[in-house]
Design a protein around this ligand. Structure first.
Ligand code: GAL
Length: 813
């Protein structure tokens, strides 16, 4: 073990912010063990379970899912991802801090899954119950000069989650050494009080730690304009309570919004006897958020309807180990779709995630809990709620309130106590707690029992009443809501598998089939949910809605509805994008409505159906254009216009007939197309009836080559950056083979390594971390991770059964 610690300590990366003031150690290199006997070297963020193997025995839940209306228990094999996340895990590292002197040491976890107990030099330094909460431990009493050993033991218990929670130290850990009197970053609060055309009023709070008994303390705050110059600076002496408060005016403020993600920096310097003793830098932004019955949701005084998606925290084949490049890739895709918001369902986000959302421009609803006192699964958070909820909410808000991307806090999702007065009182108490810590944004939660929540007053006490699904109840809900508006806190739950089409095409509540897949015609929803059109209509026609968060932006590990009882199904079908981050057809449906900057013209299905010659094969087109004409091998199939202004009964749950009627307002559908190999062509017409755009899909021939598309040609040589390469097969004319399932083998050489691969097939049991996998619906994604040396990496991709090979070079710098 000694040798391991020596190596580990060499790998640590102390980052000296300022020689005289604080020092930060980003603790990346750890030894890891499942049994405290066999150890291996790992890099944090780390998810011990993502390498598998998949097996139905892991967390096999024999349960009735109440939320889905089930009464009888049955075996739910893939409910939490069918990966080995249950059990114990141990992490250990050594950090050399030099001479401790009078310094204070804070160990910062951004979350650890789960129930982390932390030891420093063999002594218990702290514990946290909830795996998602960012928490900090003052480990000063346990620290010594030179090497310090930090051990973390974790445990995950069965039936503690309704999805894949991941396992291990899946988010960064930092050791921060500060002087005895220091700035508390969570006590620094940059709050926009008001914004006008010409100025913004800001309150700036600073809190110190260890100030008791100290004299001659002064704080200097500098606010940096997004362009980099100091815009305001002020000095203040420190009050007896260790607090500094000031209010400043910023002229011509650059306001933060998804479209203009301007970041201000706040530098805080702490002086004692005129000597600089501590310094922190906070990245934040200027924005206001309000909600009311007249203007709905307003960001910086401008009304907008939220175009959001819910996201679970796993990153597909990377598991829950948080990664900046993967988050940025998601952001770019979601922005291209026209989305402007994310709900971190159903738990606290990572800081890395929040920084990406701040800087790229995504509004965020950070969430806290999936349950309070009444358990939704046997060993869920309900075990901890009473004792821990206040600390958890406190840390959620303090860690995140300076992120300008936060537009509302969520105190819960589908809390079973919706019907009770106790539930209402807890709502009030949690909401008030959020207000106390951050009066700048409203508070919401997602409710699924509208009648009960309205009867108990649970819905009425919320700043923002958020309803999950059941759009047909919105009008009725409104009658009892004093707020005068409502949010679609969770919407759609439409299900589909990328590239899989089933015939006949039927609009219906989804049912499990024999193949573990759901048709990608986007015609299937759950008994509690609906197709996207119902939410589009609510957003467009009902002035009281303030927007929505679609369930979900990406497929996630676990909850394979409608295949909860089908093995091997281990990931969701809800995603607009699949588990590999490849867009499903639905992506283009949302894009056609949400992206107002760019045109969308997308045809489905693919046109390679040797077995369907002469058979009816409906064709759908997702476009923002109002009208289009479809051709099969040059023969017109008719010109169709969207059924604008179409109203259908919206007071009852969706039926196939209603859903299809609604779809006619947003999709162009040719129901009776007879399949002939060749070419499908669509010509779109603009509002003036002029041809505006064309799109084609061709029948694919035999595989002739491998096609590789890298999301970036150059990545940073920082050991963490990632390149995502989409692999497909093409025929000799370059047409992609949409049904290929061939084996693909990957070999990475040079300054990068193979990290993972994924094909988006919810029923695949192939490992994400082995460089071999089958294509699913003709595609898969390879994830390549940068090394630490600048140079090149060669990624060789082969299809051995076909004798095909292709190489791509990625630069690392
Ligand atoms: C909701 C729930 C989500 C997810 C979703 C699936 O009721 O809040 O966590 O289970 O259903 O449709």
């Amino acid at each position: 073990m000694k040798l391991i610690y020596f190596v580990v300590s060499l790998l640590l990366t102390p980052m000296v912010l300022n020689a005289q003031t604080r020092q930060e150690y980003n603790l990346k290199a750890w030894s890891f063990s499942r049994d405290s006997i066999h150890w291996q070297q790992v890099t944090v963020p780390h998810d011990w379970a993502i390498s598998g193997p998949f097996d139905k025995k892991w967390d096999l839940q024999v349960v009735a899912i109440e939320q889905n209306g089930e009464k009888e228990k049955s075996e739910k094999s893939g409910r939490s991802g069918a990966l080995p996340w249950i059990g114990k895990g141990y992490y250990s590292t050594v950090v050399n801090v030099g001479k401790v002197g009078d310094k204070r040491a804070i160990l910062e976890f951004d979350g650890a899954m789960a129930e982390p107990t932390v030891y420093v030099n063999g002594r218990r330094a702290g514990y946290w119950a909830y795996g998602y909460t960012p928490f900090r431990l003052d480990i000063t009493p346990y620290l010594k000069n030179g090497d310090n050993k930090i051990d973390v033991s974790l445990q995950n218990v069965e039936e503690s989650s309704r999805w894949y929670p991941g396992a291990g130290i899946y988010r960064p850990v930092k050791l921060v050494m500060t002087p005895p009197v220091a700035i508390d970053p969570w006590g620094t609060y940059f709050r926009t009080l008001s914004v006008g055309k010409e100025e913004a009023k800001i309150a700036v709070d600073t809190r110190l730690r260890g100030y008791e008994g100290q004299k001659n303390l002064a704080v200097e705050v500098r606010v940096y304009h997004p362009k980099g110059y100091v815009e305001r600076a002020f000095h203040a002496s420190v009050g007896e309570n260790g607090l500094v408060h000031d209010e400043i005016t910023l002229h011509n403020p650059r306001l933060w919004s998804p479209e203009t993600p301007h970041i201000y920096k706040v530098e805080t310097c702490l002086y004692q006897d005129n000597k600089l003793i501590d310094r922190t830098v906070l990245k934040t932004g200027v924005r206001t958020v309000t909600v009311d019955s007249i203007h709905g949701f307003r960001l910086n005084g401008v009304s907008r309807k939220i175009k959001g998606v819910c996201l679970h925290h796993d990153l597909g084949p990377l598991g829950t180990a948080v990664n900046k490049a993967a988050l940025i890739r998601q952001m770019k895709q979601l922005k291209d779709m026209g989305a402007d918001a994310i709900r971190t369902a159903h738990n606290m986000p990572s800081q890395m995630q929040m920084e990406v959302y701040d800087s790229l421009g995504m509004m965020v609803m950070p969430e806290s809990f999936d349950m309070w006192i009444y358990p939704k699964c046997k060993n869920g958070y309900a075990r901890f709620f009473q004792e821990w909820h206040e600390r958890d909410i406190t840390n959620l808000v303090l860690a995140n309130r300076n992120h300008p991307s936060v537009v509302m806090w969520s105190i819960g999702n589908e809390i079973p106590e919706q019907w009770s007065e106790q539930g209402r009182d807890i709502s009030k108490q949690l909401q008030e707690h959020c207000h106390r810590l951050d009066p700048s944004v409203p508070v919401t939660q997602g409710m699924d029992r509208a009648e009960a929540a309205l009867k108990s007053g649970f819905a009425q006490v919320m700043d923002v009443p958020g309803f999950n699904y059941r759009v047909y109840k919105y009008d009725r809900n409104m009658k009892s809501l004093p707020q005068g508006f409502l949010l679609g806190a969770e919407t759609a739950s439409t299900v589909s598998s990328r590239g899989i089409y089933k015939f006949p095409v039927t609009f219906r509540v989804t049912k499990a089939g024999a193949d573990g897949q759901v048709s990608s015609y986007d015609t299937e929803w759950c008994s509690w949910s609906n197709l996207p059109e119902e939410d589009f209509i609510a957003d467009e026609d009902k002035s009281y809605t303030i927007g929505q968060f679609v369930w979900t932006g990406y497929d996630y590990l676990g909850e394979p509805t409608p295949y909860d009882e089908y093995w091997p199904s281990r990931s969701s079908y809800f995603g607009i994008m699949d588990l590999a981050g490849l867009p499903k057809d639905r992506f283009y449906l949302y894009r056609s409505v949400w992206n107002k900057e760019k045109h969308t013209l997308h045809i489905l299905p693919h046109w390679t159906w040797p077995e369907r010659k002469g058979k009816v094969t409906p064709v759908f087109v997702y476009t923002d254009y109002p009208e289009a004409e479809l051709f099969v091998n040059g023969e017109s199939q008719g010109r169709i216009r969207k059924a604008f202004g179409l109203r259908v009964d919206d007071q009852n749950p969706s039926t196939g007939v209603l859903a299809k009627q609604r779809a006619r307002r947003y999709r162009l559908m040719w129901d009776n197309v007879i399949y002939q190999p060749g070419e499908l062509k669509v010509v779109a017409y603009d509002a003036q009836g002029m041809p505006a755009a064309e799109q084609r899909v061709e029948t694919a021939g035999e595989p002739a080559a491998i096609k590789l598309e890298a999301d970036r040609q150059t990545i940073h040589a920082n050991g963490e950056d990632l390149c995502f390469i989409t692999v497909s097969l093409v025929d000799d004319k370059g047409v992609e083979l949409p049904r290929a399932t061939n084996d693909i083998v990957v070999n990475v050489t040079g300054n990068a390594t193979f990290r993972a691969m994924c094909n988006g097939d919810a029923t695949s049991l192939e490992s994400f971390v082995k460089p071999q996998m089958k294509l699913f619906s003709g595609k898969l994604v390879v994830v390549v991770q940068a090394g630490t040396q600048p140079g090149n990496a060669d990624v060789e991709v082969s299809a051995p059964q076909l004798g095909l090979k292709k190489r791509i070079t990625i630069a690392t710098q």
